[in-house]
Design a protein around this ligand. Structure first.
Ligand SMILES: *[C@@H]1O[C@H](CO)[C@@H](O)[C@H](O)[C@H]1NC(C)=O
Ligand SMILES: *[C@@H]1O[C@H](CO)[C@@H](O)[C@H](O)[C@H]1NC(C)=O
Ligand SMILES: *[C@@H]1O[C@H](CO)[C@@H](O)[C@H](O)[C@H]1NC(C)=O
Ligand SMILES: *[C@@H]1O[C@H](CO)[C@@H](O)[C@H](O)[C@H]1NC(C)=O
Length: 518
């Protein structure tokens, strides 16, 4: 009788032991499965359908913006246009991309578009290829660099604008039917424009890397132009906003030091010629704005330069402790620390919905460009095995940067208070009154410059969907007005598209390490 309770007690202990053991095993198994389903942040993962679908859509906007004699055109409402562009100077400037909802070709943002698209292809070409979009991206890039090559007919001359914005903005017509004179604007030694020449050099140097293997001849042509343009920019220093004041109402430049560093950084990557590295080392103190995080944009290349040069410290052993690169590396870290919401140095420039928000006009450019830089930096850390990013007294992981980048992408794709996708064509609800002439006018409408304004003022949604357009985006209070005359919030631009293509390419796989461009 004594033994029975004892044996029961013994049995009871065993049973409890086994139950606990099973529970522990189950917990471990479930946690592991949960992890591998959801994050995969520590190793390259499978394709994330959401971002792959969004990327497919985003890439189409370049086709919509193409000028010139179209090849393999897949946009039913687009046709040939701008065929005589450049004829005033007997050069062929028919290709290239229209800037936004109008028919201007502005060289400064167009070159920036080409630089960012090149960078995206160099870092994330593998991801683009995994969803069959690499050729599309390279085609869009080449359409732009073909234009840039022709715009540079001699070493110290660069055509930087096709069309007169005052005249252009007095019309509302399809690019296919525009009949006005396409005035050209150029820079030369008498009329310098260091930032435009340098940005164009950056674009061509970066693109030369993209085409290095697939088209050697084209690649070396690009590189030749890039070197000439850098010398032209550096030897004839002056801002185009000063020498050509009429550009100020459109793409006004706040300075050219950032473009010189940016161009030199790209030229170093393209040539490995130490002269370009010496240039960034020597001029960093003057132009690099060390220690002060800023926002990457068509006007400000500094954060991009900080990230691109710190890339060298991650991947080139001989440069990992380079004194000349230290200021860039430190500032890149400061930029990253500002983006992570829980960092002690987090920026307060955010909406309540969590979107980085810096300017009322084209608000989405800054969150998207910041998120693109964050995934790059995150992948540099991951690829080079650097585990920690220190922000004051706290440290963060590459996955914290990636999480930030995803939050911005998700907001843009509809996870926001308005439940609006700002990428046109993606999701259930997206802007239907995009400020875009071609999208707002039926392809068979026989309207010209002036009578076309009835389509701007029409209360019907756009007859053509501008797939892939990333519109300006919300107010600081996370609201948005979907009206065609709301160019502040509802006008897309090609440089936005380059940034969004870069960001989405980086997110196409559940995690990525950099392979294509070390
Ligand atoms: C276009 O330019 C040509 C040559 O400069 C000029 O003769 C013509 O009047 C211009 N047309 C318009 C509509 O401005
Ligand atoms: C353009 O930028 C320059 C330099 O920052 C500034 O002085 C000028 O006022 C700006 N012009 C306009 C129209 O914003
Ligand atoms: C949001 O901000 C815009 C621009 O400042 C303002 O016009 C609008 O009334 C605000 N909406 C709400 C709901 O507060
Ligand atoms: C757009 O049009 C609406 C209705 O006519 C008007 O109330 C609004 O002020 C206009 N907005 C802009 C930015 O012109």
């Amino acid at each position: 009788m004594v033994a029975k309770p004892k044996s029961r007690c013994c049995c009871c202990t065993w049973l409890i032991g086994i139950i606990v053991l099973i529970a522990v095993i189950l917990a471990v198994v479930l946690t592991f499965r949960h992890r591998s389903n959801h994050s995969g942040d520590d190793q390259p993962g499978s394709i994330d359908k959401k971002y792959a679908d969004a990327l497919k859509i985003a890439m189409q906007f370049f086709d919509i913006q193409k000028s010139g004699k179209l090849e393999n055109n897949k946009i039913s409402w687009r046709g040939d246009s701008g065929l005589k562009d450049g004829s005033e100077a007997s050069i062929d400037l028919s290709k290239g991309l229209y800037d936004a909802g109008d028919h201007m070709k502005f060289g400064f943002p167009m070159a920036f578009t080409a630089t960012v698209l090149s960078w995206s292809i160099l870092e994330y070409g593998d991801q683009m290829a995994s969803v069959n979009l690499l050729d599309h991206a390279k085609d869009s890039l080449k359409w732009t660099t073909d234009f840039l090559i022709n715009a540079h007919p001699s070493p110290n001359v660069l055509y930087i604008q096709v069309g007169n914005p005052e005249t252009d903005h007095k019309c509302w017509d399809r690019p296919e039917t525009m009949s006005r004179n396409r005035t050209l604007t150029k820079i030369d030694t008498e009329t310098p424009g260091t930032e435009v020449a340098a940005e164009t050099a950056a674009a061509m140097a970066a693109a030369s890397l993209v085409f290095k293997e697939s088209d050697t001849k084209y690649s070396s042509t690009l590189l030749k132009h890039a070197k000439q343009l850098f010398d032209f920019a550096d030897d004839n220093r002056g801002s185009y906003s000063v020498s050509i004041p009429k550009v100020q109402p459109y793409y006004n430049s706040t300075g050219y030091g950032d473009e010189l560093l940016w161009a030199s950084s790209w030229l170093y990557h393209a040539t490995e010629d130490k002269t370009y590295l010496d240039f960034v080392s020597k001029n960093g103190e003057e132009f690099g704005n060390f220690g002060s995080p800023s926002w990457f944009s068509w006007d400000n290349k500094l954060p991009g330069t900080h990230i691109l040069l710190s890339r060298l410290t991650f991947f080139k052993k001989e440069l990992s402790d380079s004194k000349g690169l230290q200021g860039y590396k430190d500032t890149a870290e400061a930029v990253m620390c500002g983006l992570i919401p829980s960092s002690p140095t987090a920026t307060s420039s955010r909406t309540d919905g969590g979107l980085i928000w810096v300017s009322e006009w084209n608000a989405l450019q800054h969150p998207v460009s910041s998120a693109f830089l964050a995934t790059l930096y995150s992948d540099y850390m991951l690829t080079s095995g650097i585990k920690e990013l220190s922000c004051d007294d706290q440290s963060f992981k590459s996955s914290d940067l990636r999480k930030f980048a995803r939050s911005q992408a998700d907001y843009m794709l509809g996870k926001n208070p308005e439940k609006m996708s700002y990428l046109v064509g993606y999701g259930e609800k997206y802007p239907e009154f995009v400020h875009h002439r071609g999208a707002s006018i039926p392809a068979d409408a026989n309207t010209g410059c002036k009578d076309g304004f009835k389509w701007l003022n029409s209360e019907e949604p756009n007859p053509n969907v501008a797939y892939g357009a990333l519109v300006g985006g919300p107010f600081l209070n996370d609201t948005f007005i979907d009206a065609r005359n709301n160019s502040m919030q509802n006008e897309p631009s090609t440089y936005n598209s380059a940034l969004v293509v870069g960001l989405l390419s980086s997110l196409v796989t559940t995690s990525s390490s950099i392979e294509s461009f070390i």
